[in-house]
Design a protein around this ligand. Structure first.
Ligand code: C2E
Ligand code: MG
Ligand code: MG
Length: 265
């Protein structure tokens, strides 16, 4: 059921993204809605608003502002994290998107654009490829990275990877879920990881929710990942302690190379 939405009810949770060879990569901002009667709602409950004007722009601006405020706050606390922000196709293609982005950056001068990643799905390039490319090129010029979310699920053509200024491919959770039991999913993930490496792109596996999936992804050569097996999305106040925990304990146990580097420093 869709809900009536007031942007004042929105807030963000953050899910860590890690590389098992090199450490923490950053966090992804995931929007939630505090509904007066129904409690905390996930984006699936207000999907329509995320994808249709004028709400998509209002939500997008509010998310940009909250994500940049949080990045600035963590930086002041000495926690420098790359922040990935989901941008709806509708907001990306809005004539005001670039102005909205500039305004958010101007309001948060302590946040370097290089610390931001914009996550887009293939919907925007499918709706208007040239416009999406132009807008993403502007974002790239500002220093931001572009991540193609849910990669592999739709009709994205491989030539897009040449033409769009993409830096990161996020392998959709449906393939990650299948890598242990379905040889085709395994082949697709391997193929994406190999093609990405040859094209000089990073790959991040999303929805990694078991240790066995982690091991299989590492065997395939995909070391960057995000999912419940690593950390669930969490409120901002929990992130600095999680980062300390990850850097000091978890990664040291998972990766002998990393632990010897920690021991040597
Ligand atoms: P997404 O960008 O692909 O985000 C990943 C989703 O997978 C998140 O769901 C996350 O909580 C969930 N997830 C992460 N790890 C696991 C796992 O191990 N197992 C399972 N089963 N799920 C996992 P969430 O937060 O409900 O978000 C759903 C989608 O809503 C997002 O998919 C994104 O497309 C959209 N979304 C979220 N935040 C925003 C936002 O601020 N703006 C826009 N436009 N869309 C957003
Ligand atoms: Mg995403
Ligand atoms: Mg995704």
């Amino acid at each position: 059921m869709e809900v009536k939405l007031d942007t004042g009810q929105l807030f963000l949770h953050f899910q860590p993204v890690v590389n098992l060879e090199s450490g923490l990569l950053g966090v992804e901002a995931l929007v939630r809605l505090r509904h007066p009667q129904r409690g905390v709602l996930l984006p699936a409950s207000f999907r329509k608003a995320l994808d249709h004007p004028p709400m998509s722009r209002r939500i997008g601006c509010s998310v940009l502002d909250m994500a940049l405020s949080q990045t600035a706050l963590w930086r002041r606390q000495g926690c420098h994290l790359r922040m990935a922000i989901n941008i709806s196709a509708c907001h990306l293609l809005d004539p005001q998107f670039r102005a909205d982005l500039h305004q958010a950056l101007d309001r948060h001068p302590d946040v370097p654009p290089e610390s931001l990643i914009l996550e887009i799905t293939e919907t925007a390039p499918m709706l208007d490829f040239e416009m999406a490319r132009k807008i993403l090129l502007t974002c790239e010029k500002l220093g931001m990275q572009i991540s193609l979310d849910d990669f592999g699920t739709g009709n994205a053509s491989l030539t897009w990877l040449q033409k769009l200024p993409a830096h990161i491919l996020k392998i959709d959770q449906s393939f990650v879920r299948g890598i242990l039991g379905d040889s085709r999913d395994h082949a697709i993930v391997s193929g994406i990881v190999t093609s990405a490496r040859l094209l000089g792109l990073e790959t991040v596996a999303e929805g990694v929710d078991t240790g066995d999936q982690i091991q299989r992804l590492r065997a395939i050569g995909c070391h960057s990942m995000q999912g419940y097996a690593i950390a669930r999305p969490m409120p901002p106040d929990d992130i600095p302690a999680w980062v300390d925990f990850f850097e000091e304990q978890w990664l040291a146990e998972m990766n002998p190379l990393f632990s010897s580097r920690i021991a040597a420093s």
